[in-house]
Design a protein around this ligand. Sequence first.
Ligand code: NAP
Length: 440
Amino acid sequence: MAGALKIGIAGLGTVGSSLARIITGRANELSVTCGRAIEITAISARDRSRDRGIDLSGMAWFESAEEMAARADIDVLVELIGGAEGPAERVVRAALDRGLHVVTANKALLARHGVELAALAEKKGVLLNFEAAVAGGIPVIKALRESLTGNRISRVYGIMNGTCNYILTRMEKEGLSFQDCLTEAQRLGYAEADPTFDIEGNDTAHKLAILTTLAFGTQIAADEIYLEGISNISIEDIEAAADLGYRIKLLGVAQQTDSGIEQRVHPTMVPRDSVIAQVDGVTNAVAIESDILGELLMVGPGAGGDATASAVLGDIADIAKSRPGEQRVPVLGTPAAALEPYRRARMRSHEGGYFIRLTVADRTGVFASVATRMAENSISLESIVQRASSTAPATEAKTIILVTHATTEASVRNAVAAIKAEDYLVGEPQVIRIERPKAF
Ligand SMILES: NC(=O)c1ccc[n+]([C@@H]2O[C@H](COP(=O)([O-])OP(=O)(O)OC[C@H]3O[C@@H](n4cnc5c(N)ncnc54)[C@H](OP(=O)(O)O)[C@@H]3O)[C@@H](O)[C@H]2O)c1
């Protein structure tokens, strides 16, 4: 049997301590499956005195994770600190520079520095694995990077943030407001004390940027994503969506179009009978549409110590089973030097169906005026209904809900701008894009 694969873990928080517990608890099984033992020989975190529920004896403790990356007797550096810059970045660079394999769960780091780090790993002839960085335990990186090789991918989309999906699910099931559900998610530990990064879509955007690169062979373009969070989704939207046969999810979507690649993160209406609409709570889902395979949909745990550690462990096992110097697959699916520049499709050119909710003064002619503004912008309507407003007295305001057939973002924006210029609108219009899964 080959010698043990020596691991150094930087960061022993939620994921790091789960990983250490699993590796130490399953040593025998892992050595049989991987053909060699996997040993944690070095560890680093901030607070040495914190009880992490694991026996750390026999592992060298490093006050500095960078020191560990630079000097410890290890073959693989596992980075589980987090953050795009700072210690996580320095640790990963130091390890790659030294010719160590690296495994990380850090989407923020990869979204910012992924191409450079991939190039460094390729230059050094080592592996940089990051399955856990997108959708936690779901093996989507491996699917895109290896299993779908040769397929031309047209669209990748998914629910990639458990906090948002939990909030939207609770709003629908319990009829609670966004704020109430957020407070509950924070109490249960599903949302951070500062939830901005999750609820405004930034976390999904980081993951989407990585998937786009793997799917389309383009450079990572995390700053070129159209971003809309879920904080302005109201219970009225959710109820109207349900009446129309839809559910609202925060989706990240990357799509090849004639004018470039669309990357967008926004609340999305999906048909209620589609599989992705049934993905509730903190569960994640990623769909990939390609020409040879058709549609692939993966559903599973997107976060949590054990689920994430499962993906990290899979990456470590791949390294344990590889031959020295072997780089079976490029880090980002395509060699870093061969990645194409990212060509952004303009959001105004996006084509799809739209849900538009307007609160309007209860006056004769308003309904007809709204329909006219739509027609003037060549928007064909699947439905238009008027109902009593749940936020204003019925005698003063009405709600008009429109669902369009496929149209362009530009047409919808122009029509909404024209309606806003009228004097009958009460409050801001709500516009939610509709996404239709191909197969499921
Ligand atoms: N949690 C999840 O469900 C999940 C899912 C997918 C991906 N991820 C990713 O996994 C990574 C880790 O997440 P996590 O939830 O495990 O984070 P966490 O619970 O906050 O743990 C971070 C760990 O890093 C340590 N640390 C911080 N600064 C350090 C430094 N300068 N040197 C050495 N150690 C340092 C902390 O030490 P102390 O313990 O001493 O404070 C802590 O052990 C992140 O990139 C995250 O995005 C997490």
